[in-house]
Each structure stands twice: as structure tokens, then as C-alpha cells.
Design a protein around this ligand. Sequence first.
Ligand SMILES: C[S@@+](CC[C@H](N)C(=O)[O-])C[C@H]1O[C@@H](n2cnc3c(N)ncnc32)[C@H](O)[C@@H]1O
Length: 315
Amino acid sequence: MDMIVPETERLQFMQDMQTALSQTPKRISPKYFYDQVGSVLFDRICELPEYYPTQTELSILKSHAGEMAECMGENADIIEFGAGSLQKIRYLLNVARNPARYVPMDISGPHLKAASAELQTEFVTLKILPVVADYTNPWHLPSSIPGAGKRIAFFPGSTLGNFSPEQAHAFFQNCVQHLSGGALLLGVDLIKSPAVLHAAYNDSQGVTAAFNLNLLTRANRDLGCDFDLTQFAHSAFYNAPFKRIEMHLLSLKSQIVHLNGVAYAFEQGETLHTEYSHKFTIAGVEQAAHLAGLQVGSFWTDPQQYFGLFWLQIP
Ligand SMILES: C[S@@+](CC[C@H](N)C(=O)[O-])C[C@H]1O[C@@H](n2cnc3c(N)ncnc32)[C@H](O)[C@@H]1O
């Protein structure tokens, strides 16, 4: 794998890791999971029997893609945020009415480019414009295509759940500002039994643990840190009052980690928080969307109501 990291990206990671290690509690953005290894590990998570969100969302897409395509209309200009391996969009592209373009956006550049090249071999005439970008930074979307239909944003995988409620509100507001007259097709994980949630983030093969710990491998490789991977453990649990899975890297002993010549202490049992994965109620999503100025349209779910896809109109 080509692991050359652009210098601006490396410096941003350095700065964010310095901040993460200096604060209490220690915390870093989940976006740093996704180097090339992290993106491949995430694909493996999606195939785990315990990780119901991917299979459930795919089953909903399989059953209702035709209705979603109806909502999109002719010549839609489709943008996908956090597009990953571009598996889910295939269901929509197969039934979309003459889409004008597909713009997958993701922070994991080489992975996105490889996935886009593969998709192009399947959808030979479709205009595919991959954009490597961080959607938590100010948005610069490609200009719209003359004569194209509505701008449709697809945000699957419950990636919205990685945001705090304030960040989710800001994301919705960005949609309102940049996708006027279009819509957001949003996939979110719904609240369910804590046992099911717990199993999904603590799989028996240890793939989620490897995904979490890869963040430290990345810091050692790209930033010259000296995290001892045998002395940190994956920790994921459901925090019911906040309706979220929390993922942490747990220090198994008191230890010192170095970054850029500075020593950072971890107490035994202290954690580096790496990810929130908020879980939602249908009413909660509708209320949050409404508050940001989106209009709630159709809603699709599975028989167990494990996962939901919302059609949110942007005025
Ligand atoms: C939970 S995965 C979901 C992948 C895929 N959409 C799916 O539903 O299976 C999150 C995706 O968002 C991307 N991502 C995470 N943070 C990002 C950011 N700040 N900006 C852009 N992409 C980001 C990751 O690289 C990854 O592909």
C-alpha cells in the first residue's frame, strides 16, 4: 500500500494529537481512524455478523431504492458524504433516472480513488467526480452542472452519529446552505437493546479492536509517537443516558508517550476517547432536521426498526 501522507495532513494530525494528549479527558476525532489500513478494516467490520448496521441499511436500500429514486427525480446530481467503499450507492445508481453526476466525498483519499475507479468500470457512462475532503471543514462543493436536476446528498452508515448534537446541527445547516432545492437521504442507527449494540462494537474476531488500535499505529508511523500497542486496549460501551456507543483506547498501566519530543502521561485506566456513535429515535431525527430547516419527507426502515433512512427536503 502507498502510505505517503501529504505534509499538510500530517501537520494537522500532529496538531490534533498534541491537543488530544494535552487535555483531560484525552480525545481525538474519529476521522483519524481512516488511513488506508483503517478504511480496509472498516470494510471488514461491515461484513461482521455482529455489525448489523451495514446489512440492515443495505436491506432497506434493496427494498426501497425504487421509491428513493422517485424522490430523486430526473438527472439528479448526487453527492455522498463519507462515501467509503461506495457499496451502498450502487443500489441507488442502479435505479436512478439518468443521474447527471455522482460526487463521492471522503477523507481517506487513496481508498476513495480506488473505489471510484472500480465503480466507473461498472457505471461506464456515469460522470464520477471523487472529492477528497474533510466535511468538518468549510464545504467547497463542485459547482452544479448546467441542466442537472436536484442536488441530492446521501449520508449513510449512521456516520452522523459520530457528531455531537451541535456538530450534527451544523452539518444539517451546511446542507441547507449548500444544497438548496435538493434533499438529504440520511441513514441512521436507531436505539435498540444495549446487548445488540454492545456486540456490534465488541466483535468476537477483534476487528473493531484492530480498527480502534490502528489509530495508535498511525500515530507511531506518521508522527513518530511511541505508543506501546500491547499496553492499550480497545474499550467500547453503550452510554445509555447519552444514547451513544463510546469507543476509547484504554491505558493498561501508568505510562508515558512521546510526541514531537514532549512527554504525555497516561494513568492506568485512563483513556484516549476515539469515537462517539450516537443512536437515534425517529422523532429525535425529525426534530433535529426540522430545527435546522429541513423538511421531513419519507422514512424507510427494516421490520425490527434497527436502522432508518430519512428523506429530508431542503427548501
Ligand atoms: C462509518 S464509515 C461509513 C462508510 C460508508 N459510507 C458506509 O456507510 O459504509 C465513515 C466514512 O466517513 C469517512 N470520514 C470520516 N470522517 C470524515 C471527515 N471528517 N470528512 C470526510 N470523510 C470522513 C471515512 O473515511 C469513512 O469512509
